[in-house]
Design a protein around this ligand. Sequence first.
Ligand code: GLU
Length: 415
Amino acid sequence: MGNANAFEVAQKQFDQCADILNLESSVRAMLRVPMREFHVWLPVRMDDGFVRVFQGFRVQYNDSRGPTKGGIRFHPDETIDTVRALAAWMTWKCALLDLPLGGAKGGVICNPKEMSLGELERLSREYVRAVYQFIGPDKDIPAPDVYTTPQIMTWMMDEYSKVSGKNQFGVITGKPIGLGGSAGRGDATARGGMYTIREAANVLGIDLSKATVAVQGFGNAGSHAARLCEEMFGCKVVAVSDSQGGICDEKCLDLEAVCECKLNTLSVVNLPNATRISNEEVLGLEVDILIPAALENVITEKNAPDIKAKIVAELANGPTTPEADDILYKNGVHVIPDFLCNAGGVTVSYFEMVQNAYMYFWDEKEVHASLEKKMTAAYHSVLKTSQEYKLNMRQAAYVHAVKRVVEAMKSRGWV
Ligand code: GLU
């Protein structure tokens, strides 16, 4: 996570949008801050017999359009401000995709890479017990995010079900298939992003079958994105990176070998015969498409002038600071902003909730088709607004999303 304070970034972006829409002060006051937040301390017995106390958060940013929705991150650098920012972005994301949901986010300060499965299970269950009264299928529905997995979602769903005395699959999404999970949820964030990249390439006249791609971050979103760029469009993925650093091959990386290396050695940098580069160098490569797919604040005013990609597809949340946004816009880089580009995850999460509610499951083809329809429509409505009102793509996305949330708050008589 970069140095800028993510919540200050989120507030700055919102303030810009509030000025564009000329919003009244009561509306601004309501939307600059979360409606509710919970700070919890979680005692967990570790494998050595001692109890360690972890700090966790759940922020429910705005529920005017429906129950709040958003993932839970397990990360050593988590702070209340990153969680607040991420909860705000979830609010705009759900509104932009026109899902009947508000926005939330959760986080626990911990390093899952240094914890055993048993310790992770006890921490996950403790987190759910701590926020039990405040979440639920019609209140707030968590999901996976950075370093949280379908297995973690299963433990959380199980704990919630145990405490409430009945099976409650709908309390959380991103569950495994067979336990209430949806087909197509695993790669939904990346796949949703692909539909927006396809539309952007069409608009810009880029032939994707000849395009080169660099992916910064090789977690759930990044690794699936690399694979799908190749599989769906025939792009050449020439560089990838993770928290240890990056690798590149001008001709094209062997993605199967990269994935195997990541699985076996926990980092892409150990791939034999690959040229090692830094995370920073990945961002400045001469490629057609750059996909930041890790954490926030990686594209800043310092490195934005070096970005040579024609499209920056933000699969991460908050990878670009407002100062960098201005530079990219001036340089003619087409940015597909985070809460549009990465909205595929929560969109399929919403499909998962629907399937849980009526206990009937769709096949993968149906999930993909419904996702494609939603993402394509959202991309074009943002593009149209950006062209009509001469706004950058992020400002245009904000205008759509914020308008919907304001409308809901007004109809409900809140402001
Ligand atoms: N954590 C994902 C996001 O940032 C998915 C959220 C969800 O599925 O609720 O969009």
